[in-house]
Design a protein around this ligand. Structure first.
Ligand code: NDP
Length: 445
């Protein structure tokens, strides 16, 4: 359709050198083609042209003093993409690769993901090119305080509610929250992923990984199967990966790998609760490398590679964008993998996604499969507004219900638009229709 091509050309022209943003926009726009063709109202209201332009984008200097007394300067971002459904919501990423393209792609994905959760949340994302690795707690605290000193004027419980992402976990959320509270002089739910002692939701740390496994179970149900007994490859060793592995173990599956940016470990006997506890202590307490696992448990360590060449039934990418190449996808399929549930955001490059769809494997795209994280953040916002914490069981049961509703919605929408089984089309259209409807209702803004 000419309109989609035109919009993509404009995005390319307006955002040169932003390949990740263009990749995310291309995937969404191409898959919502059927709904755009059917509905003149979206074309007349220039919904696509508006969706691809952030409502607001903030870039700022983050100066701070390191442990040696030297001044360091980083670059901070917050992209407030779309507020049609609620306050902007989406994580903060601290990683040296952070740039406008990455934050914009993440913010764009977030709009549709948040829409799919059914909760009142718009989409945003932020971060900085700061690397917490190798920094002391004091350095991380100083950086977070400086970052929030600028960000605080742009966020608020009814405006924009950030959370964690790569490089931003409980420690960073604590420092960011402390500085916000000091500057704004109010104790409010301005961030999610807080410690449950001071306003965080139980189950928020678990939610992304658990949600990705719940989503996989929903996909397997369509073939009358369960996750029990399945051999699973997992990448990453951070928040999303740890709780994916935890839930896989609990469900009787056999996770055999974890990784970090240096390489992956392969444990042919499968990870156990005890082994996972060791990973958590290496990563969350000692802040070390995954190769320590191989030494401790006599597992194999493969430096500089990802785990996608191994034989498995199911794959759970939980590290970062574009971590499954076309070649990796081919290897996965050839080795018998027939389910991919993306806990990471956009981990599969388009050629890989095309292959998974062509081979009709069960493929859960990130914006659906990892929506459990932001959904539980939404539940944290509700608890903060009520000033009433919910027990684990209640949050977990809501999370399960949300994941199964997202699956059903994406599955049925895919069929309705002539692409049965294609959850990329289903999730994108289902997410889009809700946001577009709200934009139509709210006029030209
Ligand atoms: P963490 O920082 O806790 O962990 C990230 C993991 O991925 C680490 O093991 C890290 O290794 C690895 N990693 C990061 N960058 C790269 C890279 N360029 N190449 C190889 N490995 C890399 O982050 P999360 O677990 O929170 O996030 C992981 C993914 O899940 C991201 O895509 C994120 O957007 C997505 N996600 C997270 C949510 C959440 O609630 N946390 C919600 C929804 C999605 P190393 O330590 O060596 O850098």
């Amino acid at each position: 359709m000419a309109l989609i091509q035109e919009v993509l050309e404009t995005v390319k022209k307006r955002n040169p050198s932003e390949p990740e943003f263009l990749q995310a926009v291309t995937e969404v726009l191409e898959s919502i083609r059927p709904v755009i063709e059917r509905n003149k109202k979206y074309r007349d209201a220039k919904i696509l042209e508006r969706l691809v332009e952030p409502e607001r984008m903030i870039q700022f200097r983050v100066p701070w003093i390191d442990g040696e007394g030297q001044i360091q300067v980083n670059r901070g971002f917050r992209v407030q993409m779309n507020s049609a459904l609620g306050p902007y919501k989406g994580g903060l990423r601290f990683h040296p690769t952070v740039c406008a393209s990455i934050i914009k792609f993440l913010a764009f994905e977030q709009v549709f993901k948040n829409s799919l959760t059914g909760l009142p949340m718009g989409g945003g994302k932020g971060g900085a090119d700061f690397d917490p690795k190798g920094k002391t707690d004091t350095e991380v605290m100083r950086f977070c305080q400086s970052f929030m000193t600028e960000l605080f004027r742009h966020v608020g419980p009814n405006t924009d509610v950030p959370a964690g992402d790569i490089g931003v976990g409980g420690r960073e959320v604590g420092y960011l929250f402390g500085q916000y509270k000091r500057l704004a002089n109010e104790f409010t739910g301005v961030l999610t992923g807080k410690d449950p002692n001071w306003g965080g939701s139980l189950m928020r740390p678990e939610a992304t990984g658990y949600g990705a496994v719940y989503f996989a179970e929903e996909m397997l149900k369509t073939r009358n199967e369960t996750i029990e007994g399945k051999v699973c490859t997992v990448s990453g060793a951070g928040n999303a990966a740890q709780f994916t592995v935890e839930k896989l173990i609990e469900c009787g599956a056999k996770p055999i790998t974890m990784s970090d940016s240096s390489g992956f470990i392969y444990d042919k006997n499968g990870l156990t609760e005890e082994k996972l506890a060791f990973v958590k202590s290496i990563k969350n307490v000692r802040r070390g490398r995954i190769d320590a696992y191989a030494k401790k448990f006599r597992a194999k360590y493969v430096a500089g590679q990802r785990p996608w060449g191994l034989k498995c039934d199911c794959a759970f990418p939980c590290a970062t964008q574009n971590e499954i190449t076309g070649e990796d996808a081919r290897k996965l399929v050839e080795n018998g993998c027939y389910l991919v549930s993306e806990a990471a955001n956009m981990p599969t490059i388009p050629a890989g996604v095309d292959l998974f769809l062509e081979k009709k494997i069960l493929f859960g795209p990130g914006k659906a499969a990892n929506a459990g994280g932001v959904a539980t953040s939404g539940l944290e916002m509700s608890q903060n507004s009520m000033r009433l914490p919910w027990p684990c069981e209640e949050v977990d049961s809501r999370l399960r219900h949300i994941m199964s509703t997202i699956f059903k919605n994406a599955w049925e929408t895919a069929a309705e638009y002539g692409h049965p089984g294609n959850l990329v089309v289903g999730a994108n259209i289902a997410g889009f229709v809700k946001v577009a409807g709200a934009m139509l209702d709210q006029g030209v803004v």
